[in-house]
Design a protein around this ligand. Sequence first.
Ligand code: MN
Length: 717
Amino acid sequence: MLAADDIVELVNAYNPKTNADLIRAAYDYGQKMHEGQFRKSGEPYFTHPVAVAAILTEQRLDDATIVTALLHDTIEDTRSTCFEVERLFGSEIAGLVDGVTKLTQLQLSSSETKQAENFRKLFMAMSKDLRVILVKLSDRLHNMRTIKAMKAEKQQQKARETMEIFAPLAGRMGMQWMREELEDLAFKVLNPEARASIIRRFITLQRETGDVIVRITGDMRNELDKAGIEADVFGRAKKPYSIWRKMEAKEIPFSRLSDIYGFRVVTGPEMDCYGALGAIHQRWRAVPGRFKDYISQPKRNGYRSIHTTVSGRNARRVEVQIRTRDMHEVAEAGVAAHWSYRDGERVQNRFAVDPTGWVTALSEQLDQDDDHDAFLEAVKLEMYSDQVFCFSPKGDVIPLPRGATPIDFAYAIHTRIGSACVGAKVDGMRVPLWSRLKNGQSVEVITAQAQVPQGTWLDIAITGKAKSAIRRALRDADRERYILLGRELARAGFEHLGKKASDKVLDRAARTLRLDDADTLLARLGSAELTVAQAVNAVYPDIDRDLREEIDRTRVVVGLHHGQAFERAACCQALPPDRIVGITTRGKGVVVHAIDCPALTQHEDQPERWLDLRWAEGAHPPIYTVTLDLTIGNDAGVLGRICTLIGEQKANISNLHFADRKPDFFRLLVDLDLRDAGQLHSVISALGAESDVASVRRRRDTTAVSEKAIVEQRIRL
Ligand code: MN
């Protein structure tokens, strides 16, 4: 294990102004905290944070990042606390350590690939400072380098996570070397045979053709020398994983794979890049269509380089990247290039991308903030700051807009879950439905079958999906109530004219008014989109006009003065059995509000305009219960058919019990909610026609109202 002084020396090499005491103090504190803890390999646990810090020194990172690496597991795994780290090392470092801890605590349990992108976003959204991600990536890199000590199953899991989440994240941070190493380490676990076979191929190839890399590098150096260009030339075989990926993508065998070698020419001034390109193209034939100039047109993430592919010896293609030293540094270190030091100074690399700009580039928004110093203190990841990422009980990450509530979460999972939501647990604790969700929280929605979406949810939900689902459900529920009210309005109105609003009459009215069906007509009446006078006129166009106008102020509302017309207020749309009050107006007669309507406050100081109102008795459609006594064959599905038949007559089953059960038959008592005798007759005839029904009759020895009584009551109303 590296000693404290070794770490200090590593940092000192690129940053002589380092705060050596701070690093030593962090080292001692971390060592003390992890004392007595061991890794799976048997080594003292503290070897791990030290190794992570060492990886970060290779990227020449600032003191705060190195100290964070040394402390990165203390809050999670020891008795240390965030508070103590802040007291000892200050708030910047405490914030960074806390950030790493939060990422460590995430359960990356989902195995679905489509979730990986959400996890990567979650990581970025949770890290207020990109250095948190740099530490977390180095942490993962060291764990992957030492993965052999883990159980096979755990190795698989960690390798998958690395392949799906961490390696792409490193790539997104612009750290190509880190991405490649993470991929290769994961590939070794996930597909060791494929990796071994690719390496064997390389060895065979080398035996056949000699060391191609050394030869080509030598050739290139020669050419550049001749052209008088000072440059470093590096060559390397591509990593097994990237070769594997190419073989998979192009579905070709290794032998037919071109450009398995890559070369880099790193020059001083930018002009030399073009000089080098000329020298190389003069000596080797350029492969058409493979030339790209990312120097004159940098990639959005700041990457600059000239790419070309040439045919080398034996017609083997080689890929060449040409760039300056500064460009090279940014291409390798990515976002880390920002905190890099050289000779005690923060590197002034004019190509290094402002991390805020970097992030902006990632999110493909081009409005970049040019204030170069503002980001240095704490880099905010604006990219995902308008989103939160929460976990479902299954471990899926659900992305939501900032400010989202458990209602939004429930609807994001499924409309059914949203509609049935009665409560929520966040991280295992019951919370009110209006709570705002935070990044990384796990949310469990509590549902109940009887629940229906509530009007108040519209104020709680912020996502369009939830809001529109709630509105739709409320509209459907309103429709039911409108139909009930509409039926009563029609009944009272038609009766006033000595007519009956029978189903047949309503159907006719609906047809004449070009409405879908009688229910639609009733709903329109109930919601006051249509007047009863219009409905009456549709069926009885000859009825006296005065009489027709009169029916619109029939007895539905009690308490109106003679000749007063009323109108339901649009703000509260009161329906029976809501308590109501009337406000007299000049133009519209009396406007009826629900007693709790907020609009009423504006009339508080005008008591003379208030009118006591109530819904007329029987403003609810009357419902009568009748019990039917059925004997039915004991056949598969018969019960379901009977319920369907009853439902088709628009009757409600309010209760159902078995009176007697024999192998072949059973006797069934069914309580039905019915409107009138006509409906009872249709139910009885429908059941009588069903072959499985042996007998059907009314049970008269109960409290049920007789057919005649129903008719009488009906008429009395
Ligand atoms: Mn760790």
